[in-house]
Design a protein. Structure first.
Length: 73
């Protein structure tokens, strides 16, 4: 059984594929990199640690990010 992270990685376009695609802009490549970084940080629970340091409810923070993270499965 594959993990949710492995499943998500299969759906993500590769950076070099985006860069080589006609009409693809640097903006698209950078946004993809940012999404990947946020997902990796979320997986490492750094967002939770930062939320605690800032006195923010981490569950509300994760649920309201623009990338749609909610509860971990």
């Amino acid at each position: 059984m594959e993990t949710a992270q492995a499943s998500q990685a299969k759906r993500e376009p590769r950076i070099h594929e985006l860069a080589e695609k006609p009409g693809s802009s640097l903006h698209v490549v950078l946004q993809t990199l940012i999404k990947i970084e946020i997902k990796e940080r979320y997986a490492r629970e750094e967002i939770v640690m930062e939320a605690i340091a800032l006195n923010i409810d981490a569950s509300k923070l994760a649920a309201t990010t623009q990338y749609g993270f909610g509860e971990k499965s």
